[in-house]
Structure formats: structure tokens, C-alpha cells
Design a protein around this ligand. Structure first.
Ligand code: ADP
Length: 613
């Protein structure tokens, strides 16, 4: 199964280099408070060694290293739990596999794509040479650890290359892979220098750098190719797919910093973990500080990946202080605005990619309405909705909605349901269809939540059509309003019969003109909670105050008309009209058995009439 990755097998080198460079970043950070960590190696590097007799490739770094316990915990856990199972999941389809790898971040374990044994020798910074650890595994679920010695801090990862992959044991091949994958790495990557002598390639015994060795984000934009931007993205995000877009800027002024921020084209597996805001790494003057700086990005942009490199923050800044500094807030505000501009740009110029973004991250972006009032209007412009004018796809923008609104329409109408599809079936929409007025179809917990923060857009209020005595404003002509009032008097006897039959299961019964086909619908008091919201809270085990529905009847429906006829009224029918309306809204019936019984009785009555006739 590991072989299904064959065509992708070079990724092991990228993963190992990434780990080595992270380890050196961590060492540099620790060295701020422990300068002695850097005395043995003032210029830490990554070295790639090739041994074509033993058929091994070695990746060595002068990084932070691992203790015995860390090696067991960090390398061993995956060995025990995940690898075999993980590799068993691979399908052989490159694209799907790449996605899977991105989600699990096989990292170190990609070594086993090309190795039948991996040996790791590591010494943690600050420990003695004899405290080093030797960890070894064949990638089949088990590993061994022994004590060993290592002269310097750091780690060697020794790959014993499989027979089929021994073409990789070549400096030339590795160099080629390295320049492709790792040129942006800020630490020098060294390989043994070779020379031509008497028509033969010989080792000179010296090391030479194979990468540029300066941080990609600090280089001028004009010197960075698209390929390099993408490769750097793979490095910072551990995501093998290409990013959707990125923004790279040097911000000058009171706070000076560089930002290189990416929008991924796949959703990370932990997208819904709101605490997990670690996508953007913080550097200070090229020195890595931390990668879980939750203060660098608001939670609703937690899908953003990249780096921010400050020129002004003190290098020895501690995590605690960092979380409070004002400068960091300025960086965060500036970066938030940058991301929003990048998204606006994507929406304006690459609509298909924006749709893709919206499908992946739209629900997360919606959280911004509750989190970031300063940018509320910009966020609303970025939102996409399903509406009665959008063919079931989330393509309606609020600007588009307003452009299509009818003369006399003062509000933005929406209806909520458990999903936009159920919302689309609500009988409440009938009058809007008749008048050709667009309604936003909201569905699901996030939309329920969102609508609590959507009060207005460009001066137009958001109005839930299931609430209160729907006022269509100037959309309803005067004649209709008068007619509606007249109806209530005209139908008073029927309304009273309904009230008596339904008792306290309804708050009120009235006639309506908002229906064209259905006989009945239920609506709520203007100040009542949304029924879908109430259902959601109940499902979450919350106590919510019960609010009774208002039953509205359609005078133009034959069923309702029939009930007015002499001796035609029947309590069961009244109940069924209420229950039907509740079912249409996705409600649970209070007495489902009673409903079925009433329906069956009606069917029997009809059949008997048929046989008599
Ligand atoms: P990831 O890098 O995504 O965390 P890996 O499987 O690649 O996952 O590595 C697991 C952990 O092992 C790392 O997070 C790190 O703590 C440790 N590790 C791996 N390689 C090195 C290294 N060269 N030096 C120090 N620690 C390392």
C-alpha cells in the first residue's frame, strides 16, 4: 500500500527537512534565554548525507533535539497507532491520497515510503552527550529505544532505503529534489561537495549549501516565483495541495512587519476546533517565535496559513507578554484587513475559486459577524446565500439581492429551516412567489446563530418572514390590507370554532393572505424565538421557554372554504390543519399517534362515502 504513493515518494525529504528546520527554529528561540545552546554551533545547519554502500540517506540537524521520552511520545505514538492503518487507507489515487496525507500530516512517517528501517539519533539541547537516544523502527507498529551518545545537540534521521527505491541514494537526485522542495527554507541545507577529477566524480570532503538559505518572505516579491510561493505554502501548512491564493506585503509605519498569508484549497481536519488557531507562525526579525499565536488571527480566519515577521517586537518577548502587547493587536488588525481584501479580490476576479472558498470556509467566515463588529459590513459583502433566486446554490450576495429588490420593498426577507432545502418548502414563501420577491433561505445551526447578528445591511433590515403579522410594507397594496382586516370579521365564526377545537395548543388563529396554495401555516410572535433555533437548543439539552404558534388559514383554499359550510366543521379537521402546518415547518408533533388516527379516520370516511355513492 505504501507503494501507491510511489509517484509521490520524494515527499519524505520535504517532510524531514521541514522537521529539521522547525527544530532549528525552536533552538534559536530557546537560545534567546539560553545563549549557551548556540555556542557549539553558532550557525545551525541541516546536512544531507548519502552512503551508497550502506544504502542510507541521513538528514542531520543542529536543532533542539529530543529526549528519550520525547522520541517515544512524538515518534512512537504514530508508529503504534496510526501508520499501518493510515497506509491501509491510501487508495492509490494520487489526488485523494495527497488529501489524506495533508489531513493526517504523515510528516516523519513518510520516511517509510522509501525505507524499510529508520534510525533516529537525537540529543536534546541542554542535555549531556551520553543522554542521547537511539530510536529505531521498521514502520510496522513497533519501535525500540536505546541510550547512545551524540557529540552535539540535534538529530540524525537515518533512512535505510528499500531495494526498489535505491535510485534515490544519489547526491544528484537528492539535490534535484531539494532545490525543488526546499529552496525557501531559511536554514542552510548542506550536501557534500563533489568535483570532477580525471573524468570521475569525487568527494572533496567539504560541505556546500544547496539552497539560498534566506527566508522566502523577506525576499522582494519580484524575485519569488509562483512555484516558490506554492512550495513555501506546502512547508508552512503541511498541506500538499496548492493554495487558492496568497498575499505578501511589507507593512511600514509605526509597526513594521512582513506578512505572507495563504488561503488553502482544502479544509484542514481540525477546522471545527475553534481553539485551534495555529495556522500563522510568528517570527521576529527572521527568528521563529511561535506557531500557536492565537492573537495573530481572529478565530473566524483560523483557516489562514502563513507567516508574520515583525521588525519591532522584542526578540526575548515571552508568550505571556506577547499575548498582551498592543503592537500585536495592530499586526492582527492589519492582517485581518489584508485577508479580507484578498478575499474581496478573489470574489471580484476569480468567481469560481471564490465559490470553492465559500464551500470550504463560508461557515467559518460567518462566525466573524459575532466576533468582529468593526469589519461586519465587509464580511456581509463576502457572504453568499441560497435564496429563492439562486437555484439551490449559495451564490446570492446581499448586493445582488438589493439590486433585484422590488419597488416598495423596504426589507431583506429571510426564512429559516433545518436546512435551506426545507426552508425552500415553507408555505410562508407562497405570497413572496406570487409577488416575485426574493427570500434568503437559511438553514442549520450556524445560520440560526448568524441571523442574531444580522440586523441590517446598507440600511435595510433583515426580516424573518415566519415572525409576527407579516407587514409587506409598500409591497402590500392598500386594498390587500383592507381585505385582510375584513376577512377577520367575516371569518370570525370559523376562527372561533378553530380556537375552541385547538384549545391551548395555539396562541391565536387568524386569516391570512400570505398563502396561495396551502390551507394553513404557523407563524410566531414577533418576539418569539425561531422554531428551528428552539429545536436546536432542545436537541442540545437546553431548556427553552415554550412559545405557542399562531395558526393562519388561507381563505382561498377549498378545504378552508368547505369548513365554513353548514355542519361541515369537524374538530379533527381543525387539528389536522394545524398538524400539517407544523410538519411543513419541520416540527415534531405533540401527538403523532393521534395525527395518524385522525388521518385514517378521514380516509375511512372518504371511502365509505365513495361506496355509498
Ligand atoms: P509534525 O512535524 O507534523 O508535528 P512529524 O510526524 O513530522 O509531525 O513529527 C512529530 C514530532 O516529532 C514533531 O512535532 C517534533 O516534535 C518531533 N520531531 C520530528 N523530527 C524532529 C527533529 N528533526 N528534531 C526534533 N524534533 C523532531
Amino acid at each position: 500500500m505504501v507503494h501507491s504513493l510511489y509517484s509521490n515518494r520524494e515527499i519524505f525529504l520535504r517532510e524531514l527537512i521541514s522537521n529539521a528546520s522547525d527544530a532549528i527554529d525552536k533552538l534559536r528561540f530557546e537560545a534567546i534565554s539560553h545563549p549557551e545552546f548556540l555556542t557549539q554551533d553558532p550557525h545551525p545547519s541541516i546536512r544531507i548525507g548519502v552512503n551508497d554502500k550502506e544504502m542510507t540517506i541521513t538528514v542531520s540537524d543542529d536543532g533542539i533535539g529530543m529526549t528519550r521520552e520525547e522520541a517515544i511520545a512524538q515518534l512512537g505514538t504514530i508508529a503504534k497507532s496510526g501508520t499501518k492503518e493510515f497506509f491501509a487507507h491510501l487508495t492509490g489515487d494520487q489526488q485523494k491520497d495527497a488529501k489524506l496525507i495533508g489531513q493526517f500530516g504523515v510528516g516523519f512517517y513518510s520516511s517509510f515510503i522509501v525505507s524499510d528501517k529508520v534510525t533516529v539519533i537525537s540529543r536534546k539541547a541542554g542535555t549531556k552527550p551520553e543522554d542521547a537516544v537511539l530510536w529505531e523502527s521498521t514502520g510496522e507498529g513497533d519501535f525500540t529505544v536505546e541510550n547512545t551518545t551524540r557529540e552535539h545537540f540535534g538529530t540524525d534521521v537515518i533512512l535505510h532505503i528499500k531495494k526498489d527505491d535505491q535510485d534515490l541514494v544519489s547526491k544528484y537526485r537528492l539535490r534535484e529534489i531539494l532545490t525543488h522542495y526546499s529552496d525557501h527554507i531559511s536554514t542552510p541545507i548542506l550536501m557534500g561537495k563533489e568535483e570532477f577529477k580525471d573524468d570521475k566524480v569525487v568527494d572533496t570532503g567539504e560541505w556546500e549549501a544547496v539552497n539560498q538559505g534566506n527566508a522566502l518572505w523577506a525576499r522582494p516579491k519580484s524575485e519569488i516565483t509562483e512555484e516558490q510561493y506554492k512550495e513555501f505554502y506546502h512547508h508552512v501548512s503541511h498541506d500538499p495541495s496548492d493554495p487558492l491564493c496568497w498575499t505578501h506585503n511589507r507593512v511600514e509605519g509605526k509597526n513594521e512587519y512582513i506578512q505572507l498569508l495563504y488561503i488553502p484549497s482544502t479544509a484542514p481536519f481540525d477546522l471545527w476546533d475553534r481553539e485551534n488557531v495555529h495556522g500563522v507562525k510568528l517570527y521576529v526579525k527572521r527568528v521563529f517565535i511561535m506557531d500557536d499565536a492565537s492573537k495573530l488571527m481572529p478565530r473566524y480566519l483560523r483557516f489562514v496559513r502563513g507567516v508574520i515577521d515583525s521588525e519591532d517586537l522584542p526578540l526575548n518577548v515571552s508568550r505571556e507578554i506577547l499575548q498582551q502587547t498592543r503592537d500585536l493587536k495592530a499586526i492582527r488588525d492589519g492582517s485581518t484587513k489584508r485577508v479580507l481584501s484578498m478575499l474581496e479580490d478573489l470574489a471580484a476576479n476569480r468567481a469560481a475559486d471564490y465559490d470553492k472558498f465559500w464551500t470550504l470556509f463560508g461557515s467559518v467566515l460567518k462566525e466573524g459577524m459575532g466576533e468582529d463588529h468593526a469589519n461586519a459590513e465587509r464580511l456581509q459583502k463576502l457572504f453568499r446565500f441560497i435564496s429563492t433566486a439562486s437555484d439551490g446554490k449559495p451564490t446570492t450576495t446581499l448586493d445582488g439581492y438589493l439590486a433585484r429588490k422590488k419597488t416598495g420593498q423596504n426589507d431583506i426577507y429571510y426564512v429559516t429551516g433545518d436546512t435551506p432545502e426545507t426552508a425552500a418548502k415553507s408555505p410562508l414563501l407562497e405570497v413572496f412567489k406570487k409577488k416575485d420577491v426574493e427570500v434568503l433561505l437559511m438553514g442549520g445551526p450556524i445560520d440560526e446563530w448568524l441571523m442574531q447578528f444580522m440586523f441590517e445591511y446598507e440600511g435595510k433590515k433583515f426580516v424573518n418572514i415566519a415572525k409576527g403579522d407579516l407587514d409587506l410594507g409598500e409591497l402590500a397594496d392598500k386594498k390587500e390590507k383592507e381585505e385582510k382586516e375584513k376577512l377577520q370579521t367575516e371569518y370570525k365564526p370559523l376562527i372561533d370554532k378553530f380556537k375552541e377545537a385547538l384549545g391551548d395548543s395555539v396562541k391565536d388563529v387568524r386569516m391570512t393572505l400570505r398563502l396561495t396554495d396551502s390551507p394553513s401555516c404557523i407563524v410566531n410572535d414577533a418576539n418569539a424565538l425561531n422554531p428551528a433555533f428552539v429545536r436546536m437548543m432542545k436537541m442540545a439539552g437546553q431548556d427553552v421557554p415554550e412559545s405557542k404558534p399562531i395558526l393562519e388559514l388561507n381563505p382561498n383554499n377549498p378545504l378552508v372554504a368547505r369548513l365554513r359550510e353548514k355542519d361541515a366543521f369537524n374538530n379533527d379537521w381543525a387539528k389536522i390543519l394545524l398538524e400539517q402546518a407544523q410538519l411543513m415547518e419541520g416540527e415534531q408533533l405533540a401527538d403523532p399517534a393521534g395525527f395518524v388516527q385522525r388521518m385514517n379516520q378521514m380516509l375511512i370516511d372518504t371511502m365509505e362515502k365513495k361506496t355509498i355513492n
